[in-house]
Ligand binder design. Structure first.
Ligand SMILES: Nc1ncnc2c1ncn2[C@@H]1O[C@H](COP(=O)(O)OP(=O)(O)OP(=O)(O)O)[C@@H](O)[C@H]1O
Ligand SMILES: [Mg+2]
Length: 464
């Protein structure tokens, strides 16, 4: 059963019961009040008549007594009878035309009382027998029987109005409770509808209920919940998109590098092929040939090691990164080269940088490459300064060496895959680093003057 129906039925039932019990109690009150009044009137009539006939009874003038009682009976239309007993307690006068009912003297005997009332249940309905003593201390009494005609009339009127009244109240109750239940169930229906909306995943929508009272409080909570669900889902979707973007970036980087890789591997492999062809024709190998073979194989090995290091990480694992801890680890990984080159590393403000989100091994790879490049560019020993900077949107890690610098003619090439000026370099370091930084939504750039060292800056977005 719907809540609205329940409320309507309940309120109607309450209204009808209230009306019913009110009518019942009104009826009781009316009956009591009426009977009280009736008795008072009966006693008053009896008292007056008793005074009037006292002399006749004393003189045993029952003719006059009978006349007087008949007169009174004729005046009062709800009197059923009047009778008078003499000093011996025998019937002296009465108004019964069809004979005195048997046993009437025992219906309401006064005995020693001066007055008394007795309810008689007769064929003509309830009759009150009211008796008064005419002379105290004698058996002479006056009795009259009074009918409840008016009460009967009133009660029957009440009965006729009760039924329509109950119908009217029921109808009124139904209408009122319907309106009343709408006031309650209206917002409830909206809440139920709203849970379905949320169930369909339409987060961020709002329930349209006025912001007052308990339902208003509930509406505010519902709307807040809906907004929070939306925020959480947006964040999850953002993170998902971001991870996928990173993945796409990475795949394109791998594609670029693979093309270069094939190209680069071709040169040493061609050299090796030629040497082996010559070796087949003339099987004695000079020391020079062996050295060339060794060098070319080393080159191939270097390229493959570096490349596989990059592709090994199949997926991006985004986590919270504390840059200070990361730089400490990078320095410890490069510690051997740093010591060998007689270099001192200084850190400035790195600890003030807020943590960022990114792939730890990849970013570590970036900074390690930059630190190693700086070390390799400072053969005679000296300082390397690593400092941190931040603004509202990004953080920067700046690696500054006082080494050889990068000459203007090769500045545009250093980020190209396989561009190197080093004998054992692969030229993949900066290009891979550049792509990693880019795939984190950051940027990487440098300033360099020949002979005056180089400053590499990695800028990464902060926040989510
Ligand atoms: N800090 C630096 N100072 C001077 N030159 C630099 C610096 N960093 C990079 N370079 C120049 O850029 C070139 C490319 O650097 P990259 O890191 O890509 O390759 P590599 O260092 O030569 O080789 P690998 O990284 O494989 O050891 C280097 O060979 C070097 O000429
Ligand atoms: Mg390098």
């Amino acid at each position: 059963m719907k809540l609205r129906t329940k409320i309507t039925l309940l309120t109607t039932a309450i209204a009808v019961s209230v009306v019913f019990f009110t009518l019942l109690s009104v009826r009781g009150t009316i009956i009591n009040a009426f009977r009280g009044e009736l008795e008072k009137r009966a006693f008053s009539i009896a008292g007056n008549l008793s005074d009037r006939i006292a002399n006749h009874v004393l003189l045993k003038d029952y003719f006059q007594t009978t006349r007087a009682v008949n007169e009174v009976l004729a005046q009062e239309n709800d009197l059923e009878y009047i009778y008078v007993t003499n000093e011996e307690g025998a019937m002296a006068a009465h108004t019964f035309n069809d004979g005195v009912p048997s046993g009437i003297l025992s219906w309401n005997p006064l005995a020693d009382r001066t007055m008394g009332v007795q309810l008689l249940d007769t064929e003509k309905g309830h009759i009150r027998d009211v008796g008064v003593k005419i002379f105290n201390g004698t058996k002479s009494e006056l009795h009259l029987g009074i009918r409840e005609d008016d009460l009967k009339q009133t009660l029957s009127t009440m009965r006729t109005i009760t039924f329509p009244l109950i119908i009217a109240v029921t109808l009124l109750g139904v209408v009122a409770s319907f309106v009343f239940s709408r006031l309650i169930t209206g917002p409830l229906d909206k809440f139920v509808e709203f849970t379905k909306v949320l169930g369909r995943g339409e987060f961020g929508s709002r329930v349209d209920v006025p912001y007052d009272g308990e339902t208003g409080y509930l509406a505010r909570s519902f709307n807040r919940l809906s907004m929070e669900l939306k925020t959480v889902r947006d964040k999850m979707e953002e993170a998902y998109t971001y991870t996928h973007l990173l993945q796409a970036e990475k795949l394109s980087t791998i594609g670029q590098i693979s093309a270069g890789l094939a190209h680069e591997l071709k040169n040493p492999l061609t050299t090796l092929k030629m040497l082996f062809q010559a070796f087949r024709e003339q099987p004695d190998m000079t020391k020079e040939d062996a050295e060339i073979i060794g060098r070319e194989i080393e080159k191939i090995d270097g390229i493959i090691t570096k490349f596989s290091g990059f592709v090994k990480e199949k997926e991006f694992h985004v986590s919270e990164i504390n840059l200070n801890a990361m730089m400490d680890r990078v320095i410890s990984l490069a510690a051997f080269d740093i010591r060998n080159h007689g270099i001192e590393v200084h850190m400035d403000n790195i600890e003030t940088l807020p943590s960022i989100k990114g792939d730890r091994p990849l970013l570590e790879h970036v900074f390690l490459n930059l630190v190693l490049n700086a070390v390799q560019a400072t053969p005679g020993g000296g300082d390397i300064r690593i400092s941190g900077k931040k603004d509202d949107r990004s953080v920067e890690v700046i690696i500054k060496d006082r080494g050889t610098g990068i000459s203007p003619d090769i500045r545009s090439k250093v980020f190209e895959p396989f561009f190197t000026t080093k004998e054992n370099g692969t030229g993949l370091g900066l290009s891979i680093a550049y792509n990693i930084v880019k795939s984190h939504g950051g940027s990487m750039f440098f300033h360099s003057n020949k002979g005056d060292g180089t400053v590499f800056t990695v800028r990464l977005p902060r926040g989510e």
